[in-house]
Design a protein. Sequence first.
Length: 95
Amino acid sequence: MSVGVRRSELEIIRDILRMGEGRTTSLRHTVNLSHSQMQKYLSFLERSGLIELGRQGSRTLSFQVTEKGRLALRRVEELFNLIGLESWSETQEQC
């Protein structure tokens, strides 16, 4: 990804689902999200049934992709392959 090119929401969701499982701090650094961005995406993915969250009190400590999440990831990757792009950002660079 080029410097200054923003990722689409779909790319961020794909990156989170690709991790499979882990601690949320690791996710935040690997996917390069702020804390508030991470919370937004984790909340959406949990509500959608794509991940399960591990909590201790009010703190979210870990996540794990569900079977539905693995299916969604396969579909997203198929879409990018079908249209010949690794990422949506590539279309922004070409415009």
